[in-house]
Design a protein around this ligand. Structure first.
Ligand code: HEC
Length: 161
């Protein structure tokens, strides 16, 4: 599935969402019980994925950016599946910025990437505001330093399609 389709499918319908998540490269053992992660866990992961996505894009590491975009899309989808109190419309409005970031990654377009990341971040905050969590204000990362224990420059390894 292309990155673009991935984002579209995951965000559009909760039914499609669960099956797409189940298609991970690393599915859990059949014996493991699916337990709902706490919403703050999903969101804290989304925050880290948002940060890494930004730094990967800034470093022109489009493979890593595509990977982080998938993880972030999955996190948003998980929030919607496990927490039905979240209005689905708040999740589907994330579709446009996610698709736009997927386009920017495919084109290796830095400017579009930055603009789309701002749109995505506005979407994070719009949902927080609508759910009485307006005090959780996300911004496009401002510091120049990516998380220091991971290498963000492209390593030259093969591009996985
Ligand atoms: C569809 C709704 C929705 C969207 C979209 C959304 N969030 Fe959240 N987020 C929530 C809700 C609801 C909470 C509060 C959870 C709670 O209080 O239990 C939350 C909480 C958080 C928290 C606080 C977690 C903590 O423990 O500090 C962070 C950070 C966060 N979101 C990041 C993000 C980021 C980054 C994005 C965008 C990439 C995003 N969220 C998009 C609904 C959303």
């Amino acid at each position: 599935m292309t990155l673009k389709n991935w984002c579209a499918v995951l965000v559009i319908s909760a039914g499609a969402v669960s099956s797409a998540i189940a298609q991970s490269d690393f599915p859990p053992s059949a014996n493991s019980k699916q337990e709902a992660p706490r919403l703050v866990e999903v969101m804290s992961m989304a925050q880290l994925q948002h940060l890494k996505l930004w730094h990967a894009g800034k470093a022109g590491n489009w493979d890593l950016a595509a990977y982080e975009l998938r993880q972030l899309t999955n996190s948003l989808a998980e929030a919607a599946i496990f927490y039905p109190a979240i209005p689905i419309s708040n999740v589907t409005t994330m579709k446009e910025p996610l698709l736009s970031i997927a386009d920017a990654i495919a084109a290796g377009d830095n400017r579009k990437f930055a603009v789309s990341m701002r749109g995505l971040t506005d979407g994070c905050n719009a949902c927080h505001a609508s759910m009485g969590r307006g005090f959780i204000a996300i911004s496009v990362p401002t510091g120049g330093q990516p998380p220091a224990n991971q290498i963000f420059s492209p390593s030259g390894s093969g591009r996985k399609k």
